[in-house]
Design a protein. Structure first.
Length: 82
């Protein structure tokens, strides 16, 4: 399991698992429950490169969003695991 501390969103942390470049599990700590559950259900099972391409730059407030923070978490994951 990996963990990413979010910045600028209602969610405070993202806990996730990647296996062979595929997002296997995802949980947002805090945040808007319906939105974060929806993002989780849509993203799990996808290639992390596809998630990054679709979600990077999505804005809600403070120049970021929970989807954007997920993209940032996965970018950091790739930097640390390649």
């Amino acid at each position: 399991m990996e963990s990413y501390r979010t910045v600028g969103t209602c969610s405070r942390q993202i806990i996730y698992e990647v296996e062979d470049g595929i997002l296997k599990s995802l949980k947002f700590i805090n945040g808007c429950s319906g939105n974060t559950q929806g993002v989780s259900r849509l993203a799990v099972g996808m290639k992390i490169d596809d998630i990054i391409a679709r979600l990077q730059g999505v804005q809600c407030r403070n120049g970021t969003s929970c989807p954007d923070q997920l993209a940032k978490a996965l970018i950091e994951y790739k930097k640390n695991h390649e």
